[in-house]
Design a protein around this ligand. Sequence first.
Ligand code: SF4
Ligand code: SF4
Length: 201
Amino acid sequence: MSGRIFTIEEKCKACNKCIAVCPVDAANQVYRAYDRERKVAVGERYCISCGACIKACDHGARDYRDDTERFFEDLAAGEKIHLVAAPAAQVNFPQLFRLFGWLKSLGVGNIYDVSLGADIATWAYLQAKKALHLDSMIAQPCPSIVNYCERYLPELLPSLAPIQSPLICLAIYLRQVEHLEGKIAFLSPCIAKADEIEDPQ
Ligand code: SF4
Ligand code: SF4
């Protein structure tokens, strides 16, 4: 299986909890395994990477793929990598500065807080609201919402804010203003962010 969210077949008990919480009708697909047991797979084409099924599956049968191993392999290979950390890291890691210190000892370059990108994004939202005379817009930092609009409600696309997420605003700032070189890694609690980062737009 190649999708970001996937089912660990041998753990799946076909309890349907994933189907109950999924916001997309076709993203969970029932099939029979080789032993004829009923299983529920993730339909990669339809899944918006929201992660709701991972939380709901109390059999531990839903999991996700990220770049953690690739990050450490690249660091070990001597790649120049800077880190941008989601503000949520302050909640998720009680000793955040020890984590940062350890990452620095492994070779991570600069470390930035995505809050800086949120300031840039807020500024840009206000500029766009004024320039385009917008009464309302759908904020787009959540890639699952963007995925959903792109695939299932394209009529809402014109209402999506014409502003990048705080993460991407920060990355653009670091590249274009600070002329930061090297790779930029993102420490985030959000599975779907990888969809945004890999999106050529
Ligand atoms: S919630 Fe988990 S165990 Fe239940 S059907 Fe979905 S993947 Fe299988
Ligand atoms: S990650 Fe979200 S969209 Fe994808 S299968 Fe799970 S609940 Fe459905």
